[in-house]
Write a protein that binds this ligand. Structure first.
Ligand code: AMP
Ligand code: MG
Length: 421
């Protein structure tokens, strides 16, 4: 027992001025990360979502030759009268994949299809809807521009240009772009190995009945989803009891097999002590109380070469701390060029409870109302309300110093990865 009367003072919303601001914790972690080494060569179809190991330099011009953007007639712009119609002789046809073999002289034109090479001599394509064609002749009005409807060689990608930079995460468009360059296989960074487990004597794996006071282990499943979305190689180590020896064995095993180790639970005030003792034997770790809600306690450190993230136990806190700290860290370890989740401001149509002192990541639903995107709260914001994460498609990020929000105020939202697609 203590005689300190401060202990009995109720602090509004658990506010502590010494808590670490979110941004400072994020910066601290980022500074300690080194991308993993090792690449593998993959056919481009297997490389979606993977990280390019090197720059891709375009080996050719794309398109490789000037070609028509329209079905129409290729001609010499100087031949067209500035006022009144001009009639030209049609001397042949150019198809995509089979161009016209001759060249175009004065008073001549060539019927041309979309994608067909521009015949020598031509510098203008007039779309067929603006041409009267009859008896081998094409009659064309005034007002056309030189170069119109012509796709220039190399206008998409020029030979020698960096088409995609190393560190880039490959999208569907990139697979097409690589194909347009004739590139069939590429070097990507190897997958990140991430080991994870849950801690807690109350946790029961799926498939077993719940005893008194027991709950199913849900965190491991949320983490499985989050890590799968990032393309990690998963090492699921199950549930570990609240026992220092078991924890030490699990952490040792995890760190020997993985680039990063993620745990949930066991970092709150009561439990941090033995996690701290175990970590002192295995590596280095810092325990932070972060000025955020939910997700306050967080442990971060290294076990040998592996990065260690000790997330809180509450199911919503796990996901919030993952999105705010772990996601970016894992992307950087994969060699990805840093990319924080996009955020923007919208009007909030429901009032939000908030006390100054911590950054809050409330769960919101972005939706369209009368032609405008707005956000509303999912309701109960307790850190155990996992259904709020299921329902939400974004975080409403309320700044540390901000107080309550009235309906109609502007708030910053951060959509979850992929949910708006
Ligand atoms: P802890 O941080 O270990 O004190 O846990 C905080 C709260 O989260 C407690 O109510 C735990 O029962 C709950 N919790 C911890 N781990 C899990 C898990 N893996 N799945 C679901 N709930 C959990
Ligand atoms: Mg626990």
């Amino acid at each position: 027992m203590t005689n300190n009367p401060d202990i009995l003072r109720i602090r509004p919303d658990d506010y502590d001025p010494d808590d670490m601001p979110v941004e400072r914790a994020r910066q601290f972690i980022v500074e300690r990360l080194k991308p993993v080494q090792g690449t593998e060569r993959l056919p481009i179809r297997e490389a979606l979502g993977r990280v390019l190991a090197h720059d891709i330099v375009s080996p050719m011009d794309v398109p490789g030759h000037a070609n028509s953007a329209m079905d129409g007639y290729a001609l010499r712009h100087v031949d067209l009268a500035t006022s009144g119609a001009t009639t030209l002789t049609v001397i042949g046809t150019a198809f995509a994949g089979q161009g016209f073999s001759g060249s175009i002289g004065p008073g001549e034109c060539v019927r041309i299809m979309t994608g067909a090479p521009i015949p020598p001599g031509a510098d203008c394509v007039v779309m067929q809807e603006n041409v009267i064609a009859a008896d081998g002749q094409a009659t064309i009005g005034p007002g056309h521009q030189p170069g119109q409807n012509i796709r220039r060689a190399g206008e998409d990608l020029a030979r020698g240009q960096v088409a995609l930079a190393g560190g880039h995460g490959l999208t569907p468009a990139d697979l097409g772009l690589l194909a347009s360059l004739g590139i069939a296989d590429i070097d990507v960074v190897r997958r990140l190995k991430v080991a994870f487990f849950s801690t807690g004597d109350e946790l029961v794996p799926l498939g077993q009945p719940l005893g008194d006071g027991q709950i199913h282990d849900s965190n491991r499943y949320s983490l499985h989803g989050l890590l799968s979305q990032l393309g990690c190689e998963l090492i699921d180590l199950g549930v570990v009891r609240d026992d220092p020896a078991a924890l030490e064995t699990a952490l040792r095993d995890a760190a020997s097999r993985a680039d990063a180790v993620i745990t949930s639970g066991g970092v709150s005030v009561g439990e941090a002590d033995y996690t701290r003792a175990v970590m002192a034997r295995l590596g280095t770790v810092l325990f932070w109380k972060i000025a955020m809600k939910p997700g306050r306690p967080l442990a971060y450190g290294q076990i040998g070469e592996a990065q260690f993230f000790g997330l809180p136990g509450n199911p919503v806190s796990v996901m919030v701390t993952f999105y705010q700290f772990v996601r970016e860290a894992l992307l950087r370890l994969q060699g990805r060029t840093p990319r924080t989740l996009p955020s923007f401001t919208v009007r909030c149509v429901t009032p939000l409870k908030k006390a100054p002192g911590r950054t809050e990541f409330q769960r919101g639903i972005l939706f369209e109302q009368d032609g405008e995107w707005v956000v509303r709260s999912t309701g109960n914001q307790g850190s155990g309300i996992l259904s709020s994460m299921s329902e939400a498609n974004c975080f409403v990020v309320l700044e540390q110093d901000r107080g309550r929000v009235s309906a109609g105020e502007w708030v910053r939202v951060q959509p979850f990865e992929g949910v708006l697609a």
